[in-house]
Design a protein around this ligand. Structure first.
Ligand SMILES: [Zn+2]
Ligand SMILES: [Zn+2]
Length: 344
């Protein structure tokens, strides 16, 4: 079958790969819609340190089951729609032993550390399949990206009624915002792009503030009654946010880091001690996050109208990456419509 590969920085090609029959516990799925992730864009731009070229990108999958392999328990049927958890778990590392499979020490994300979903068919383990019957494929393709933010929001034990500052409204920030509002938090979204701030309000944010605004600090002061923020999420990955988070949080507050920082700063841990802050990291998502994100998309099909900014055909994938690379600010989510395709 024909697969799409990124061969090296900004160089793509269609290649022919063999179809693999399902092994014990595996199913074969036909990929119907594929979402492009920021990590796929990084691979295209040559900035993804986890990737070895050539790589078939893609891990945001809407698919249909077309074959059930041996040893798959009943309950998954041919014709069923769903998405796929793109991570791997070893089962023996400390994370796996405490049920935190999302941060397995040997995780190999699909499309990053192993071949991805930019192809018409693939085999996956039945345990990684998340059924999404009755849903539109475009909604299903949004389950994985929104589950990452959902996971981050749930790193904090209790958010109801809390004043939260969320830095960055990319797709992960969107998932965080949706989950925080569902859980009853009061959310301030901070970004630099006017259309992101507008989107934040449409998604239910209580306030949307421009980080560059001269009144930024005084507004936060006013909103928190001078007490500081209860929770700060960094979904940007900028070292400046560390300082800002440490100084703007209230006593006994929480900070969650979701975006990867590429820069470093020296910082004093004094505010963490003196304010007794809780600091969390958040990575990937758990099965419960996938299921929660699916249920939310199922009851909010209009969400995709706000989030899917561009659509391309499979044959135009190289163009899709080039477009995204040149239009970073205006793209929220690109979906790719997959062809029927030859299975052999
Ligand atoms: Zn992704
Ligand atoms: Zn593990």
């Amino acid at each position: 079958m024909k697969a799409f590969a990124i061969e090296q920085k900004e160089q793509c090609a269609f290649t022919t790969i063999d179809h693999i029959s399902p092994r014990n516990g595996e199913i074969v799925v036909a990929v119907k819609v594929l979402g492009l992730c920021g990590s796929d864009l990084k691979t295209y731009q040559g900035h993804n340190p986890m990737v070895e070229y050539p790589i078939i990108p893609g891990h945001e999958i809407a698919c249909e089951v077309v074959e059930i392999g041996p040893g798959v328990p009943s309950g998954i049927a041919v014709g069923s729609r769903g998405t796929v958890m793109p991570y791997t778990k070893c089962g023996v590392c400390p994370a796996c032993r405490s049920g935190r499979f999302n941060t397995c020490s040997t995780n190999r994300t699909m499309g990053v550390a192993r071949p991805g979903a930019a192809r018409p068919f693939m085999t996956v383990h039945h345990d990684d399949f998340i059924p999404c019957d009755g849903m539109d494929y475009s909604d299903i393709a949004l389950v994985e990206p929104l589950s990452v933010g959902r996971h981050a929001a749930n790193r904090v034990p209790a958010v109801a009624g809390k004043l939260v500052l969320l830095y960055g409204l990319g797709i992960i920030g969107v998932g965080i915002l949706i989950e925080l509002k569902r859980l009853g938090a009061k959310v301030i979204v901070a970004d630099v792009a006017a259309d992101k701030l507008d989107l934040a309000l449409r998604l239910g944010a209580d306030y949307a503030l421009d980080i560059k605004d001269a009144e930024f600090d005084s507004t936060i002061d006013k909103l928190s009654g001078g007490m500081g923020l209860d929770i700060v999420f960094d979904a940007v990955g900028s070292a400046k946010i560390v300082e800002s988070a440490l100084s703007r949080t209230a006593v006994a507050a929480t900070i969650v880091f979701v975006g990867y920082h590429t820069d470093t700063i020296p910082f004093n841990t004094k505010p963490i001690v003196s304010k007794e802050l809780s600091v969390y990291g958040s990575r990937n998502a758990l099965k419960a996050d996938f299921e929660g994100s699916r249920d939310n998309l199922r009851s909010n099909p209009a969400l995709k109208e706000l989030l899917v900014t561009n659509r391309f055909a499979f044959s135009e994938l190289a163009e899709a990456f080039r477009y995204w690379s040149e239009n970073r600010g205006s793209v929220m989510k690109i979906l790719v419509d997959m062809p029927e395709g030859e299975r052999k």
